[in-house]
Design a protein around this ligand. Structure first.
Ligand code: FRU
Length: 476
């Protein structure tokens, strides 16, 4: 979809925006598309104090469709500005979608690398090993809002890769730029490819990272991150078999701890840790902000599942941003950004009073001492029993009713409820649970077996979002 097509059909988008205002599942402090569909966070960066959050967006559709990049910006993570879409799919190489990608700053500019999806539109292809080209495309911007032209950076790849190769994440290490790409190889195995460059313009294939045994057929949205001198390879692998306590979603997200020598192309992958244990968390992306914090955001959704939002104006949202750090066991810790303290409007002193407020609420339960049995809105059961954590919906209408996993001990739970979603930070962020949840009531009520828990509850404010003025844009 090019910009002209977008503007010509803007009434469809406007109608969705209007519908979404009346959608009871609309989020109050999570980024969603103002109208239409959203999936992966893209191009995350902070530039001259402003955080840019782009996302996979289909502005005319509530389902999977042609993708362009939607755009928000914020200085403080509470007040946002909506911008018109940043990247349209308007050249042959991205005609079937301006797919996911990342951003990096260099010489006072932001450089973006994304996947152009080009399908040959002919039934004779299987689109796995033929019939598609996924190119790496670069655009450069002085302000995060506009760019002049698109440059094709990579179109051909080593001959062991299938036609599934995408989601470039670019980073700088020891004065050299590296790009990690997710792929499926010719044996049907998920792998990551590393390219390198001195100047962000010319890129050479460097080496590949793969697991010794099969670990899914495709690694989407890879992200190589160094935190406190330790390397982590995030991937969103597809094709992992569900297990009783792990990998219970259709697609997963997690990270390998790894020993890595980028220059000498050596690595050793260690254990894979699934970072989020809920139903809705995928395609995460991290970036380093101007305070040197590693911040992670994911799509709070999952492909190939019908959500209740999608009947009215919008579909899906992003998670709240989380700051990453490493504990002494080398395990990543996620914490809500400290800016989210500014979202607190008022302390609610008693669980009973929750009925007087809407579902934008933060709840902190601490000193749990390995004990928990909780029912929320007579629908969501959260309990900890014999070393197993359960997150379970009573209403078993879909195949998304229960998640359970092993946890050595339970100290605390930090909940962020927002309208139709919940994010839980367990034991100060060793795991999270991110899920959409559609309670019938427009307030929360907790049934707790032990009122001795230490708790704090806060009513939260809404994000303040200045909407883009499409009337004006159309007149230009
Ligand atoms: C992950 C993903 C990416 C792709 C994008 C398309 O959700 O499938 O691999 O670039 O979404 O929207």
């Amino acid at each position: 979809m090019n910009k002209l097509e977008f503007l010509k059909n803007i009434e469809i988008f406007k109608k969705l925006r209007k519908d979404s205002l009346n959608n009871p599942n609309r989020l109050n402090y999570h980024l969603m598309a103002m109208g239409g569909w959203l999936n992966d966070p893209n191009g995350l960066c902070q530039f001259n104090g402003i955080n840019h959050i782009y996302f996979q967006h289909s502005p005319f559709s509530l389902g999977w469709d042609n993708k362009i990049w939607g755009h928000y910006s914020s200085k403080d993570w509470i007040n946002y500005e909506e911008h018109q879409p940043f990247i349209f799919s308007d050249i042959l190489e991205d005609k079937d979608g301006a797919y996911s990608g990342s951003a990096i700053k260099k010489d006072g500019k932001i450089h973006y690398f994304y996947t152009g999806n080009h399908k040959f539109n002919d039934k004779k292809y299987n689109y796995d090993y033929e019939g598609r080209i996924q190119s790496v495309i670069k655009v450069t911007s002085n302000d995060g809002n506009t760019f002049e032209s698109k440059k094709i950076i990579l179109k051909e790849y080593p001959n062991f890769v299938s036609v599934h190769i995408r989601d470039p994440k670019v980073f700088l290490e020891n004065g050299i730029y590296y790009m990690v790409l997710g792929a499926k190889n010719n044996e049907g195995k998920g792998i990551a490819l590393i390219y390198k460059s001195k100047d962000l313009e010319e890129w050479d294939y460097h080496f590949k990272i793969e697991s010794k045994s099969y670990f899914g057929y495709m690694w989407e949205c890879p992200d190589l991150v160094k935190i406190q001198d330790k390397w982590f390879l995030f991937i969103s692998p597809q094709g992992i078999l569900n297990q009783e306590f792990n990998f219970q979603n259709k697609y997963q997200v997690g990270y390998f701890n790894l020993d890595l020598d980028l220059e000498n192309k050596t690595y050793q992958l260690k254990e894979f840790i699934e970072i989020d244990k809920g139903f809705d968390f995928y395609a995460s992306q991290s970036f380093v902000d101007e305070k040197d914090r590693n911040i992670l955001i994911a799509w709070m959704g999952m492909a190939d599942f019908a959500y209740q939002d999608e009947v009215q104006g919008f579909n899906h949202c992003l998670t709240i941003p989380r700051e990453l750090s490493v504990n002494k066991y080398g395990h990543l810790i996620q914490k809500p950004l400290v800016e989210f303290l500014n979202l607190r409007e008022k302390e609610i002193l008693d669980f009973k009073d929750l009925k007087n407020y809407n579902k934008s609420v933060e709840v902190i339960l601490s000193d749990l001492d390995n004990e928990l049995d909780l029912v929320i809105n007579d629908e969501l059961i959260i309990k900890y029993e014999m070393g197993i954590f359960y997150f379970e919906f009573k209403n078993k209408k879909t195949n998304r009713d229960i998640r359970k996993f092993k946890l050595d001990k339970l100290d605390s739970l930090h909940f962020y409820f927002d309208s139709s979603s919940v994010e839980i930070f367990i034991n100060d962020g060793i795991y999270t649970i991110s899920s959409r949840c559609y309670f019938k009531e427009n307030y929360l009520f907790f049934l707790i077996n032990n009122l001795e828990y230490n708790y704090k509850i806060f009513k939260l404010k809404n994000f303040n979002i200045i909407e883009f003025n499409y009337e004006q844009e159309n007149n230009n």
